[in-house]
Ligand binder design. Structure first.
Ligand code: VGL
Length: 214
């Protein structure tokens, strides 16, 4: 069991969007990605603040793969803030952009972080708009201002946006708890590697919110 002081704790829902679930099979469907809402809600009961990040992408960008073969191949050209290609996903104004069923309305969250709007940037973590981690989204300062010491994290996907957000929060000095039941990964192997890396950085990993106590 991990004891949590909710007055100093925030719950962070990373990109829990339909575009990362089987509800949007043409985007980036992650197996069972639509089934994490109950655990995200459960972990939020241990926190005074609740934050959600969203991928808010344009419909056209140099990182968008034009065929299945291009997915996860390097973006060619001079694009310092792009790494590999992905199918179009979470486009503003589409179902893929919306939060998965079972989560609160966006206006119920204390903060909604929108990232990836610039077609020349495709960030993974929710703390910075760029891969070099120079342009903050403001969330680190927001948490510090409220004396938050611990952040409980879940979302999509464990091996990409969740991993990067967790590492950014940990580097910024927060204690981070990763709730595996509130996450799903793109692939088994990269999810295992991501969990090992997070553990090595001092992140506490719980299998579900049943391992948390006040
Ligand atoms: C993500 C791949 C591409 C994620 C976003 O949310 O984990 N993964 N874009």
């Amino acid at each position: 069991m991990i004891k949590v002081d909710s007055t100093m704790t925030a719950s962070f829902d990373v990109d829990p969007q339909c575009g990362f679930t089987p509800l949007c099979p043409d985007e980036l469907p992650i197996k069972e990605g639509n089934l994490i809402a109950d655990e995200l809600n459960a972990q939020s009961a241990f926190a005074n603040f609740r934050i959600v990040s969203k991928d808010c992408h344009p419909a056209k960008a140099p990182w968008i793969a034009e065929s299945a073969e291009q997915i996860m191949t390097p973006v060619e050209g001079e694009y310092p803030n792009l790494d590999i290609k992905w199918p179009a996903h979470c486009v503003v104004g589409t179902l893929g952009n919306s939060l998965i069923p079972g989560l609160p309305d966006e206006k119920e969250y204390d903060v909604v972080i929108e990232k990836g709007i610039d077609p020349l940037k495709h960030p993974y973590g929710a703390c910075y708009h760029d891969l070099a981690e120079e342009e903050g989204t403001g969330i680190i300062e927001w948490l510090q201002e409220r004396k938050v010491g611990t952040v409980i994290v879940g979302g999509l996907a464990t091996d990409f946006c969740v991993k990067t957000t967790v590492l950014q929060l940990s580097t910024a000095g927060f204690k981070v708890i990763l709730n595996l039941a509130a996450c799903r990964g793109v692939a088994e192997e990269s999810t295992q590697l991501a969990c090992q890396l997070m553990k090595d950085k001092g992140v506490k990993i719980v299998t579900s919110s049943a391992e948390l106590t006040n």
